[in-house]
Design a protein around this ligand. Structure first.
Ligand code: FAD
Ligand code: MLT
Ligand code: ZN
Length: 466
């Protein structure tokens, strides 16, 4: 049955929509991190919702699993097939149209394969804002950000993708289409079905289009990079930034010195804004229309200095300076990848528990693997740390050998302090077994019941998440 699936897909979608040559499929079977590589029976590239429905139906009839894929920037191995060679990658790359921007309803209708940056630009062109913002925004897609419930650097003010979606169109595992593409702000007609698909990482259906919320434009931005002595200072600063920001605080990010060192070492043209080295840094941004955005940031920084919470600060005086401060933050993923073996821990804790987590976990990790580099950074305003690890210099093998023990130390500490082992990247394959171990039995049972109800034959993204 699977043998002639490619022929049937070609007959239905056209010759050029189905790839089977390993060289053509290579870019679709390895993830951005390079840690997850699989093999696929075929890569199918439908151009419309009905073609997605046909492709999924044909795969379901053949008993073949479907792996939805957007920009392939996911960090947990969820968007690539495994090594079984018995799955079809369904790429949304040809469905990238912004169908409608409605500045009265404050909504935007878009196909799932549209790149996030394109949607941000469409909102700006209409005098509005689509606020989701991630380092990968030039490549990741709307379907991918919905499927992972992406977060990023403006969650503090606008929430995660879940809060920005009003309606969805989804192809179900049997090939039927659920048309929930409604722009309604209020719709209490039972279970909120779209929320089931948001964050489901392609395991329940293929998102083909969405209605997104637009927000008021924020043409003025005030940005500063600050030097901090401790993580406590970073958490203590949050209420102060909020009160001085008066609703305009959009970003509060943390960077440890090792993260900054990697960016300075690997990214050309980036420089340290301070003459002295510091242990910790923060990136703060206020955005909006009021003329006093800059004054609000200045007054926040003055109050922070008076309270002894910041050791130094540089305020961006031009768009170019703003870009260079942001490059220090947005460059960490790329720089850490260039440095060699990496172990990512995208964790979240109650914000007041973060200083204790950092203070207690680092020494335990270093005891297990001396020389390990703690590349700590992330969205501290949301209580989300990328508690990433880089191998001791020149010893990638040691990180691979000790990886499971190191991850156990991190996850045990997170759990003991009331946190979660995935804040924004999801479960995919990377955290599938850990999620089963760290979530409660009731949670796992409920998730399995949802999967069984919507995808009883296990067509969608097999062996991911659950
Ligand atoms: P893919 O990687 O293609 O897929 C991700 C998952 O979604 C897979 O499980 C896939 O099967 C599923 N999927 C994709 N499209 C669909 C669809 N149409 N229907 C159903 N399922 C689908 N993430 C954050 O949350 N915050 C960050 O700050 C952040 N920063 C990043 C920075 C860098 C440099 C990089 C490389 C990644 C970053 N990420 C971040 C992770 C990643 O960009 C997000 O998870 C993003 O949402 C993935 O989108 P994508 O289109 O690339 O999805
Ligand atoms: C980021 O915020 O830069 C990414 O989500 C973190 C990562 O790549 O681990
Ligand atoms: Zn992040």
């Amino acid at each position: 049955m699977t043998g002639d699936l490619a022929s049937r897909l070609r007959a239905a979608l056209g010759e050029s929509a189905v790839l089977t040559d390993p060289a053509d499929m290579a870019a679709y079977v390895t993830d951005w991190t390079g840690s997850f590589t699989g093999t696929a029976l075929a890569v199918v590239r439908p151009a419309s919702t009905s073609e997605v429905a046909t492709a999924v139906r044909l795969c379901a009839e053949a008993g073949v699993g479907v792996v939805p894929q957007g920009g392939n920037t996911g960090l947990v191995g969820g968007g690539v097939p495994d090594s079984g060679g018995d799955q079809v990658v369904l790429s949304l790359g040809r469905m990238r149209r912004v169908r409608e921007v409605d500045p009265v309803a404050d909504t935007l209708v878009v196909e799932a394969g549209a790149v996030l940056a394109t949607v941000q630009e469409a909102a700006v062109a209409a005098g509005r804002l689509f606020p989701l913002s991630l380092g990968s925004e030039g490549s990741c897609t709307i379907g991918g950000t919905i499927a992972t419930n992406a977060g990023g650097t403006a969650v503090l003010r606008y929430g995660m993708m879940r809060e920005l979606v009003l309606g969805l169109e989804v192809v179900l595992p049997d090939g039927r289409v659920w048309d929930g593409l409604r722009p309604l702000r209020k719709d209490n007609t039972g279970y909120d079905l779209k929320q089931l698909f948001i964050g489901s990482e392609g395991t329940l259906g293929v998102v083909t289009a969405a209605v997104l919320r637009l927000l008021p434009a924020t043409p003025r931005r005030a940005t500063a990079f600050v030097a901090l002595d401790s993580v406590e200072a970073a958490t203590a600063l949050l209420p102060l930034l909020r009160s001085h920001g008066g609703g305009l605080l959009t970003t509060w990010e943390l960077l440890g010195r090792q993260a900054v060192d990697l960016v300075l070492a690997h990214l050309p043209g980036v420089r340290d804004p301070f003459a002295e080295r510091h242990e910790w840094y923060g990136l703060v941004e206020l955005a909006g229309t009021p003329a006093d955005v800059d004054e609000r940031l200045e007054s926040a920084l003055e109050a922070a200095a008076e309270a002894g919470l910041i050791a130094d600060a540089v305020v961006a005086g031009s768009p170019a300076q703003r870009e260079s401060l942001w490059a220090l933050r947005e460059g960490v993923s790329e720089a850490q990848k260039s440095e060699g073996a990496t172990l990512k821990h995208d964790v979240t804790l109650p914000i007041t528990a973060l200083p204790r987590f950092v203070a207690e976990t680092g020494p335990r990790l270093l005891e297990t693997l001396p020389g390990l580099r703690l590349v700590t950074y992330g969205h501290i305003g949301d209580g989300n740390l990328h508690y990433n690890l880089s191998a001791p210099v020149g010893d990638d093998a040691a990180l691979r050998r000790e990886g499971p023990a190191l991850t156990r130390i991190v996850y045990d500490a997170v759990t003991a302090l009331g946190g979660s082992i995935s804040a924004e990247h999801g479960i995919g394959v990377l955290k599938r077994d850990a999620a089963a171990a760290y979530k409660t039995g009731v949670e796992v049972d409920l998730m399995r019941a949802v999967k069984q109800a919507i995808d009883p034959d296990g067509v969608m993204n097999p062996r991911k998440v659950l």
